[in-house]
Every structure is written in C-alpha cells, then in structure tokens.
Design a protein around this ligand. Structure first.
Ligand SMILES: Cc1cc2nc3c(=O)[nH]c(=O)nc-3n(C[C@H](O)[C@H](O)[C@H](O)COP(=O)(O)OP(=O)(O)OC[C@H]3O[C@@H](n4cnc5c(N)ncnc54)[C@H](O)[C@@H]3O)c2cc1C
Length: 413
C-alpha cells in the first residue's frame, strides 16, 4: 500500500478516471482512491445512445482494462456511494457505513438524466447510464412505435438508433428546431431534413402537458390538446448535475460546482481556494479565453478537464483553456462542433450540403468563433486552430475548397 498524501476522487466516470490516470502520469506517489456509485468500472457514455442501442452485438464500452488500475495503483471502489463530506475531518462518509480520509478531494460526480416534470412524466424512460442503455435496448424490441421527447443531441441519437432498430419514431420538441442549443439554424435544418429522410416524424414548438399510460400504449397529451400515441416514451430533456455533496459541504455552486481555471473550488462566501476540486460535467470552470465561466457536457471536455485538474491536484498548475468540441452521430452522419457557433453572425460553407460532406465556418465579424463539420472531421483541428488564433480570416478563402486550411491558418498567424 502506498504511503503519503491521499487523493480521493468521487465519481468514477470519464472525468474521474482521467484525473486519476493523470495524477500517476504526473508522478504523484501517494495513494489514489477512485470511488464510484455505479457497479461497473469507468465506461464511455457516447456508445450508450448509439451502438449499445442498435448494434447486433454491442461491446461494453469500458474505458480501461481492469489491469490498468492495478498497474497504476489506483484503488478503484465501484458500487460505493459517497453520502457526505466532512470538511473539518477531511473525510468522506459512504452510504452503508465506512469512510475514506483525503488530503485532496476531487468531485467528478457528473449528472443524471433530467426527468419530465409533467403528470405521468416519471413513466418516460431516461438514458444516462449503461444500465439505462441496456434496459432501453430491450424495451425497443417490443416497441413498434417510439416517441422521443426532446430534440437535443441525446434525443436525436436515440431517434436515429430506434430507426436503425426498425421502430417508427416521433420526436416532440418545445423549441423551434433540432439541437437549437448547439447548432446554428442552417446546421439544425440540415439535421432535421436528415431525420425526415430517415422516416422520423418531427414536431417542434410543442409543449407536453401529461403522459398517460394506457393498457397497451402511452398517450402524450400536448399543450394544444393533440394526442400522440406510442408504445414507448423516452425523455431526452437534458441532464441535472449531481451537486448534493458539494452543496451540503458549503462549496460554492450555481447550477454547477464553481471552480477556477485549475479546477479549485471555494467555500461559499469565502475567497480562499480550498483543497476540494471539481472536473467534468459537474463543473462550471473559469475560462481565461472566453473571460467567463463555462459548462460543458462533452466527452472531450470530461477527459481533458479531468486530466488537467488531476495534474493541478499534484501541483502542476496549467490553466485549463480548451475550446469546446463535441461530436454526435445520427443516421450514419458524423457532426462535430467546435467553438461557440451560437456567438456567430454568419456562416460560410466549404463544400455543399447536398453532398453530405461539408464544413460550416461560423464567423463573428472577421473572426472565426465556431465550426461544424458534417462527415468532414479532418477539418476540425485546423478550424480549432483558427478559432484559437483569434486573428482575422478571409471568409471567401474559407469557403474555397481549393485553398488549404493550413495555408489559411498560416496567413492568419
Ligand atoms: C447517452 C450519452 C451519449 C453521449 N454521447 C456523446 C457524444 O456523442 N459526444 C460527446 O462529446 N459527448 C457525449 N456524451 C457526453 C459525455 O459522455 C459526458 O460529457 C461525460 O460522460 C461526462 O463525464 P463525467 O465523468 O464528468 O460525468 P459522468 O459520466 O456523469 O460520471 C460521473 C460519475 O459519478 C458518479 N457519482 C455521482 N455521485 C456520486 C457519489 N455521491 N458517490 C459516488 N459516485 C458518484 C456517477 O454515478 C457517475 O458514474 C454523451 C452522454 C450520454 C449520457
């Protein structure tokens, strides 16, 4: 058993596992304990709304083989829920008894699927965990007609997977279009037409009043009085961050755990940075680049932020300053979005939407603030570099496929 300082990570998801691995890579010689309430070792969530739902024989998406935790002397405790943090004693108390001491604590508690807050809403199936996904896979088998509430990324990925399973699919969304919190209107319209082509019925600007469960089918009662019937109702209405531990311990939160660019939290009302850190989906971190706090619910962020905060816990303080970047796969089409497209005033396309392979550059004035690639992921890294450079770019050159993005980047400095 290792001796010395103890780094305790609560939450054995991607951010927590990345942090633990990064601590060892940074040369930390003390004890690392990684505690997660789920029974499985850390796994990837992106396949849960994709392959795990529709592949004939999906692989279970574990992040690392069990041997890696042993080799790196990471004490992984699964099926173990932390109930309380005792800040004075520097200990966490576990559900069902027992406790762990810590010198430095990382909260990487992520979030859970938001439930529908309408009468009968609890009957809608949600997706966040591997168990949820395996259950949904079974349910899709006996559901000829599926209704998905919410046309965000997860809702539309589920819609696409359910179509791949041969289900009839209807999607109901309160906003005016698909993925409107992430995509600019032209990309959203492209995604909507893709879903329609694949036989998904889409209803926008429709509020839900209730879900009634009949003997055979469920009935979704819409705000206008319309009724949508389905064998299975799925809610894809976002996530809620797991803040209860932080709130009870007096750590400053505002819909997320607030932390600085190194992941350090503070006690509400105090300026001193404490020995408790936060990373991944649960955190709202200070971004020096954007001069504001940001929250992200993306795979790459959970991985990179977890690793950066893990290193910070070992004394390697490098500000986390990444540009947001996520992907989604729907009906065999890969979308990647980098930067902040919704800050843009206009979009120029490199390639034609009809070819199903193009890149959209989102501009604010003469600066690139975001990019979306559609089956064109090779352009994402240069686009991120252009966003990072923050220099003026020539919009016509961006749209001209004969000009290489690397040359444009070189000119932009
Ligand atoms: C279905 C699905 C599909 C996705 N697809 C994509 C995609 O295609 N592209 C993309 O960029 N991103 C995608 N994401 C987002 C990405 O997976 C998340 O951003 C990432 O998993 C966040 O990691 P995390 O470690 O911060 O949080 P989580 O993954 O939520 O992990 C937190 C862990 O902490 C545990 N925990 C919470 N409280 C306690 C406690 N008190 N004690 C012990 N353990 C606790 C939880 O059980 C959980 O295991 C997807 C997410 C989902 C759910």
């Amino acid at each position: 058993m290792r001796e010395g300082a103890i780094h305790l990570v609560v939450g054995a998801g991607l951010a927590g596992a990345s942090a633990a691995m990064a601590m060892r890579e940074a040369g930390f010689t003390g004890r690392i304990v990684l505690v997660g309430e789920e029974k499985q070792p850390p796994y990837d969530r992106p396949p849960l709304s994709k392959d795990v739902l529709f592949a004939p024989e999906p692989k279970l998406p574990y992040l690392h083989p069990a041997s890696r935790y042993t080799e790196r002397e990471i004490d992984l405790r699964t099926g173990c829920r932390v109930e309380e943090i005792d800040r004075e004693a520097r200990r966490v108390r576990l559900a069902g008894g027992g406790s762990f001491p810590y010198d430095r604590l990382l909260l990487a508690t992520g979030g859970r699927a938001r439930r529908l807050s309408v009468p009968g809403g609890e009957s809608a199936v949600c997706l966040r965990s591997l168990d949820d996904s395996l259950r949904l896979r079974r349910l899709l088998e006996g559901a000829p007609r599926v209704a998905v509430i919410g046309a965000g990324v997860i809702g539309l990925e589920i819609a696409s997977s359910a179509r791949a399973r041969g289900c009839e699919v209807v999607v109901v969304e309160a906003l005016a279009g698909a993925m409107r919190r992430a995509f600019t209107p032209e990309i959203a319209l492209f995604a909507e037409s893709l879903h329609r082509e694949h036989g998904v019925e889409l209803y926008f600007e429709v509020g839900i009043e209730a879900i009634e469960r009949g003997a055979h089918r469920s009935r979704i009662v819409c705000a206008g009085g319309e009724i949508i019937e389905a064998d299975l109702v799925i809610a894809g209405v976002g996530m809620e961050r797991s803040l209860e531990l932080a709130l009870a311990a007096g750590i400053e939160c505002d819909g997320a755990i607030l932390c600085d660019e190194f992941g350090r939290t503070r006690r509400a009302g105090r300026s001193a940075v404490e020995d408790v850190f936060a990373a991944g989906d649960v955190a709202s971190f200070w971004s020096p680049r954007y001069g504001q706090r940001l929250m992200a619910e993306h795979w790459r962020h959970a991985q990179d932020h977890g690793a950066a905060v893990g290193r910070a816990m070992c004394g390697i303080l490098e500000p986390y300053d990444e540009i947001p970047w996520f992907w989604t796969d729907q009906h065999g089409v890969n979308f990647q979005t980098g930067g902040m497209p919704l800050l843009s005033e206009r979009t120029v396309l490199r390639g034609a939407a009809e070819t199903r392979r193009f890149t959209a550059f989102h501009l604010l004035g003469d600066r690139l603030v975001g990019a979306t690639t559609v089956n064109d992921g090779r352009n994402m890294r240069p686009a991120l570099a252009l966003i990072r450079a923050g220099s003026p770019v020539d919009a016509e050159a961006l749209a001209d496929e004969r000009q290489s993005l690397r040359d444009i980047l070189r000119k932009a400095g």
